[in-house]
Design a protein around this ligand. Structure first.
Ligand code: E4P
Length: 216
């Protein structure tokens, strides 16, 4: 399973890529607003220069014609841009239309297996089930990933599953075990994944012993 960062913060993306473990980025209007960004296009272009893989940018226009036009424009920002379209009634039509034009689409705000099936039938490149938001309302988010993996992992479908709305490292582990193609994680979760107290204690002891024997 690949890892994406779920942020629009340039410094955090640079760090994630420097660690060699992040191969893509997802953004959404809320994440962009959190960074106080008004020029979405410039930021997405900058992110595309930093990360080696796909960068999702979400349509914000209303009405299917406007969503389609905006999606088409966004797709031209950079070859690695993936256009994020919500799993709404208009969204499926927009996604299908964009996919027919050769645009890579990430269908977002997916909360049910049937929505994922429709995203795949519409020709989406990615579908993003939101694990944490389901857990928040006492529904099993990882079970949704398992169902979607079952449904989409047949040769007729090429849609990749991004496990999204990740809240903690166990969500990442469970997503990988369930067979998600990607997990998009907040920077904090990436940091939490790196840490283990036995690694820190072991490294401290190794260095103490090395200093003793080397005299340095
Ligand atoms: C996915 O692409 C979304 O940006 C994201 O994971 C939303 O998660 P949230 O529930 O933390 O807002």
């Amino acid at each position: 399973m690949r890892l994406f960062l779920d942020t629009a913060n340039i410094d955090l993306i640079k760090q994630g890529v420097a660690w060699g473990v992040v191969s893509g980025v997802t953004t959404n209007p809320t994440l962009v607003a959190q960074e106080g960004i008004s020029d979405y296009e410039s930021v997405i272009k900058k992110i595309c220069e930093i990360v080696p893989g796909e960068v999702s940018a979400e349509v914000t226009a209303e009405g299917k014609d406007n969503m389609f036009e905006q999606g088409l424009a966004i797709s031209k920002w950079h070859p690695n841009v993936v256009v994020k379209v919500p799993c709404t009634v208009d969204g499926y039509e927009v996604a299908a239309h964009l996919a027919k034009e050769g645009v890579k689409v990430n269908m977002t705000l997916c909360f049910s297996p049937n929505q994922a099936l429709l995203a795949a039938l519409a020709g989406a490149y990615f579908v993003s089930p939101f694990v944490g938001r389901l857990d928040d309302i006492s529904t099993d988010g990882i079970a949704l990933i398992e169902d979607i993996v079952d449904i989409l992992h047949i040769p007729e479908f090429n849609t990749q599953i991004i496990s999204a709305s990740i809240r903690h490292p166990m969500h990442v582990l469970q997503s990988a075990k369930a067979g998600a193609d990607v997990a998009t994680v907040p920077f904090k979760v990436l940091q939490q994944m790196m840490k283990h107290p036995l690694t820190d204690a072991g490294q401290t002891k190794f260095m103490e012993d090395w200093h003793k024997v080397s005299g340095k």
